[in-house]
Design a protein around this ligand. Sequence first.
Ligand code: ATP
Ligand code: PRP
Ligand code: MG
Length: 403
Amino acid sequence: MATVSVPPSLLLSGYAHNQYCSISLVFPSSRAVLPRSLGAITCCAVDPSSQVVASPVSNNGWAATERTEIRLGLPSKGRMADDTLGLLKDCQLSVRQSNPRQYVAEIPQLSNLEVWFQRPKDIVRKLLSGDLDLGIVGFDTVSEHGQGNEDLIIVHDALDYGDCRLSIAIPKYGIFENVNSLRQLAEMSRWTPERPLRVATGFTYVGPKFMRENGLNHVSFSTADGALEAAPAMGIADAILDLVSSGTTLRENNLKEIEGGTVLKSQAVLVASRKSLTERKGVLGITHEILERFEAHLRAVGQFMVTANMRGSSAEDVARRILSQPSLSGLQGPTISPVYSKGGGEAAIDYYAINVCVPKKALYKSMQQLREIGGTGVLVSPLTYIFDEETPRWRQLLSKLGL
Ligand SMILES: Nc1ncnc2c1ncn2[C@@H]1O[C@H](COP(=O)(O)OP(=O)(O)OP(=O)(O)O)[C@@H](O)[C@H]1O
Ligand SMILES: O=P(O)(O)OC[C@H]1O[C@H](OP(=O)(O)OP(=O)(O)O)[C@H](O)[C@@H]1O
Ligand SMILES: [Mg+2]
């Protein structure tokens, strides 16, 4: 049996036959690797008369045809995992996993969709390699591991969890005591090519890019997988560039953020491969459905439905009073319907029932305004979904795709 060294993208099965070794190589995904791979095979062939023949494989199914299933990557563990499943559940998309150590699952409501649980950075990498079509990760992960690749398209940029920011932080003490902005940090005369500002970070793509774009020329980077906040006190770095959410870790390690030092703000996003959206059958349709569900749910979570009765001479009279209050304008405007009561044997209209959507934050103010204009019997209930005629993000997506 001869040993042949081949690129990792190839599957090798070989057997010895007289003096020659015949090998078959199966291309699991992109045909684009073919010319490169053939080059590699020819390079390692011992005999110049060896022949390299490429033909489609049709015996084992998976390699012969392009996959037809659509793949969605979800974080397998860590901070984003539970909230991601929670969001999908809230959108009536239940992820069915037969056991927690299995990395593939399904969502019965979305046929032909496979869910693959992966580490966040691998979701981005696999979108780029064509092994996933859609994914949910933090925007920071897309920025760092997507490295500006135009194949990645953010379909929904604000899924409302995983909020954090990527920030530069420096010690509160010593030479940095009076440094409070990026400009002051950049202007410190001590940074030179021989003794640059040493930054510890896991963000080795966006970090250097941000420094270059902000005129910090003498900077060096070191990297570690976690607990970066220890690096300045250990003397390993002058500053760190890491994710911050509550700010507790910085505080507990005597570090501070500085003005202008926020590289990016992040939250969970739905991201897709442009190539999949435009070339793989069904991806655009499933993306539309997921996006609609997300938008309808996320729009609704910020609102209450308020119902009240109001005395009035006509629906227009009630509408006028409601619209005079800034917190009661609703989505398109209030819905007003007559309340019929029995008065002297005839159906009489003294009251009108009004329905209005109110932002949660403005609930109490809305209540007060309703009372001021004669509202009684105010009922407040949660909203589950608000489906619009068309989701604004869908239109944006189509325009990004040039459709
Ligand atoms: N305080 C925070 N620190 C780190 N990440 C946060 C924070 N708050 C929200 N996030 C989000 O969670 C994501 C990180 O999740 P997690 O730490 O579980 O995975 P990970 O660190 O990317 O995975 P790995 O273990 O492979 O490094 C970040 O990419 C970010 O979007
Ligand atoms: O602002 P805070 O709410 O304190 O959160 C920020 C911290 O959380 C993350 O670390 P993580 O908990 O993932 O540990 P690690 O650094 O060891 O990976 C991040 O790297 C910060 O260290
Ligand atoms: Mg940390």
